[in-house]
Design a protein around this ligand. Structure first.
Ligand SMILES: *Cc1c(COP(=O)(O)O)cnc(C)c1O
Length: 371
């Protein structure tokens, strides 16, 4: 699905040098590259507080830990997401309240969300899935009306611009109370190992989260909060410092590829192309089509036999996972998410993907569907 070797070739000199600098200095924990990265990302995101951490899952957990929630407080999110989103709510003892998604954008269904807000609701946790933003104007309105926090899961949407109804733009992850992202190697800005970051404009939460990721420590060996050990590696920060400079170019390259996919696939019946919406750009973390008439797995196998990778994100929604049976949901509770799990197929998309390869992929999709 990705060409990490090809990507390395393009930035080899810069990144080798950056790694050598860290090794020479021996500052593997909290080295100067962390601060440099923090500042560069803060400028890129136009957000005052950037807290680098160990991974995107920890970013979500630390965000939830900073809000002084009580056991049993409700956090609303979606069942059609990577499991981290739900895992951290559960681990911290808050109540997971799930809301179905929209069949075209794959993101939280605002109409259904309204009905789920209760006296116990404290947080809305929207996920900007596959690189496209949730309708944040609507989320903001609901949060304001009911006095709720918003934690954005922007793990798949780093670099995506959200476009407000008044035309103003902001980066995904800087709209809610707190935003979280991941530098897992396949994400928009991928490290060469694990990494994550948290964003906020609120100084209270910003300072608190900065302490929480380092054991809740503000002054050396004095602990203000119960914390965790979740620091970004200096080596990863050094690599990310190089790669951040190319993030926008990489997104542009992926959008071009997505446009070409749209063009080549649009006449094929029985599939639906990714929907583009007017409140968000798309960074195409994934290019995800829907395949109708129960033909998704047939297509996936057909591609596989011809050496074309494709992936199903996600094959089973969270509410039907064994580990989460005690949330009390049942099959049929979230019909859109359940149906999507049987229809979605993500095709390869990365800046190094060549037009010739893309044409071969599209021809093969057509051959399978139309035969
Ligand atoms: C990748 C991902 C995460 C978790 O990030 P990690 O760095 O792998 O812990 C959380 N939410 C979503 C939607 C993701 O795609």
């Amino acid at each position: 699905m990705l060409d990490l070797t090809g990507q390395y070739e393009r930035i080899r000199n810069e990144v080798d040098e950056a790694i050598a600098d860290v090794v020479k200095a021996g500052n593997f924990i909290r080295g100067k590259q962390i601060k440099i990265f923090q500042e560069a990302l803060s400028e890129y995101m136009h957000v005052p507080y950037v807290i680098p951490c160990g991974n995107g899952t920890d970013a979500l957990q630390v965000a939830l830990m900073s809000l002084d929630l009580q056991p049993g407080d409700e956090v609303i999110t979606v069942p059609f997401t990577f499991i981290s989103t739900i895992e951290v709510i559960r681990l911290l003892g808050f109540k997971v309240v799930l809301c179905d998604v929209d069949p075209d954008t794959f993101n939280i269904d605002i109409v259904k969300l309204k009905d789920l807000i209760s006296d116990k609701t404290k947080v809305i946790l929207p996920v900007h899935l596959f690189g496209q933003c949730v309708d944040m104007d609507s989320i903001n309105e609901l949060a304001e009306k009911h006095g709720l926090f918003i934690i954005e899961d922007a793990a798949q949407a780093l670099g995506t611009n959200y476009i407000y109804r008044n035309g103003e733009k902001k980066k995904a992850g800087t709209i809610g109370t707190i935003g979280c992202t991941s530098f897992f190697p396949s994400k928009n800005l991928g490290a060469w190992g694990d990494g994550g970051a948290i964003f906020t404009g609120n100084s209270t939460y910003g300072k608190k989260m900065q302490a929480i990721v380092n054991h809740g420590m503000e002054k050396k060996y004095y602990y203000e909060y119960v914390g965790v050990n979740s620091r970004l590696d200096t080596l990863q920060a050094a690599i990310l410092n190089v790669k951040l400079k190319y993030l926008d170019d990489n997104i542009k390259a992926k959008v071009k590829i997505a446009d070409l996919y749209d063009e080549k696939l649009k006449a094929i019946p029985g599939i639906q192309l990714p929907k583009r919406i007017n409140w968000s750009d798309h960074s195409f973390h994934q290019y995800t089509i829907k395949v109708f008439d129960n033909r998704r797995d047939i297509l996936k196998n057909y591609l596989q036999e011809r050496n074309i990778p494709s992936m199903v994100y996600y094959p089973l929604p969270a509410h039907l996972q064994k580990a989460y049976a005690d949330l009390g949901y049942r099959k049929g509770d979230f019909p859109v998410s359940e149906e999507l799990c049987s229809q979605v197929l993500s095709l390869p998309i990365y800046p190094e993907l060549e037009e010739e390869q893309l044409c071969y992929i599209c021809e093969t999709v057509k051959e399978c569907i139309c035969s």
